[in-house]
Design a binder for this molecule. Structure first.
Ligand SMILES: *Cc1c(COP(=O)(O)O)cnc(C)c1O
Length: 353
């Protein structure tokens, strides 16, 4: 069945082991982030087999789908107050920044006979989620009044929105807030979660400040790159997700459209270069399924020409392979492509070894 996204679970397990080794040497525990592949259970199992004890996703529906797996489940996106019941039910730990929401979690934890753990997120400049440092004490005081909530730690998120690269100074701020919790509130064994894959350069260069004992890693595990400079991490694979799509038309056609050019199917005015007559394949996948600009053809002599919602057009003129109708063409799918492919119900997902 095509299109299909093949996931090499052995390579993924290898990346997991590499990152666990790198981080554990610095006293850092990893939450394996699974949102890019929607917490597909076969792939999450590779995380667990590789040695991860925590799995994090931004969507509670995805965590619900892995309730049968024996791993600590972390909700990464701030819970919606209206969904607090499911958050308590399907996650063991959630990241939070709003006292009202935490109060809702407390209420549902009581109803479900549980104590729900939270990590309080701190805003350090990327301007996505988190309480401002000046509101920290007030927020902790409010959380302390909730009997069914356990403050398991504090954390921050950088790079995702404002593209801010994390520096030791950011981490020092976080560690100091952790010290306040220890000294003033006698809360011990805290998780101090220094961020996502953009924290890896500090770990690799041994500049991650002491006291940071947790990172939440997605990109580093699945792509083998850090999220700050997009550099390859040593001893990792970068070809874990391979998209295979099928040729449904293969013909020689002009490379420049014939007639007056208006707007294409998705509202863009396309630009074409006239390269004469080319051999072009149409594949049965399109922009409804995948971000085509983050697909890399494995056949280096193939070029992606463009796509509409359901058709991907590639130029195979220079290829040394013999393609025909029904042939399968493979692509290395980078992070944005994996995100879209895993969300599309039209794309099969196959774990391979
Ligand atoms: C997505 C996400 C991560 C993981 O980010 P990567 O750059 O893929 O490592 C970590 N924390 C939070 C809160 C996230 O939303």
């Amino acid at each position: 069945m095509y299109p299909t996204l093949e996931i090499n679970v052995n390579k993924l397990k290898h990346n997991v082991k590499t990152l666990i080794k790198l981080c554990s040497e610095k006293g850092i525990d990893i939450i394996g982030v699974s949102k890019v592949f929607c917490s597909n259970p076969d792939i999450v199992s590779a995380y667990i087999d590789g040695g991860l004890k925590y799995v994090g996703d931004s969507r509670i529906e995805n965590l619900k789908g892995i309730s049968h797996l024996d791993v600590c489940k972390v909700l990464l996106r701030l819970p919606s107050p209206s969904n607090a019941r499911d958050v308590v039910k399907y996650s063991d730990l959630s990241l939070n920044s709003e006292t009202e929401t935490i109060a809702e979690l407390d209420k549902h934890a009581r109803e479900q006979g549980k104590r729900h753990s939270i990590i309080l997120m701190i805003e350090l400049g990327d301007l996505r989620e988190g309480v401002l440092s000046e509101d920290f004490i007030k927020t902790i005081d409010n959380i302390s009044k909730l009997p069914n909530i356990k403050l398991a730690g504090i954390g921050t998120n950088l790079t995702c929105f404002g593209a801010i690269i994390p520096k030791p100074e950011h981490m020092h701020t976080l560690v100091k807030l952790g010290d306040i919790l220890r000294n003033r509130y006698s809360i011990n064994d805290l998780i101090i979660s220094g961020g996502n894959s953009s924290g890896i350069p500090m770990v690799a260069s041994d500049t991650m400040p002491e006291g940071i004992n947790n990172l939440r890693l997605g990109e580093a595990l699945v792509m083998g790159t850090d999220a700050a400079y997009k550099r390859r991490i040593d001893n990792t694979y970068d070809d874990i997700f391979i998209l295979k799509a099928e040729v449904i038309e293969l013909k020689y056609k002009p490379s420049y459209p014939i007639g007056e050019i208006g707007v294409d199917a998705l509202g863009n005015v396309p630009v074409f270069k006239d390269k004469g007559i080319r051999r072009r394949a149409i594949l049965s996948i399109g922009k409804q399924d995948v971000r085509i600009d983050s697909l890399l053809p494995l056949d280096k002599n193939i070029e992606i020409v463009g796509a509409s919602s359901d058709h991907l057009i590639v130029d195979v003129t220079d290829s040394e392979n013999e393609y025909g109708v029904g042939s399968v063409i493979s692509f290395n799918a980078k992070y944005p492509a994996v995100l879209s492919l895993c969300t599309s119900k039209y794309v099969a997902k196959t774990a391979v070894k």
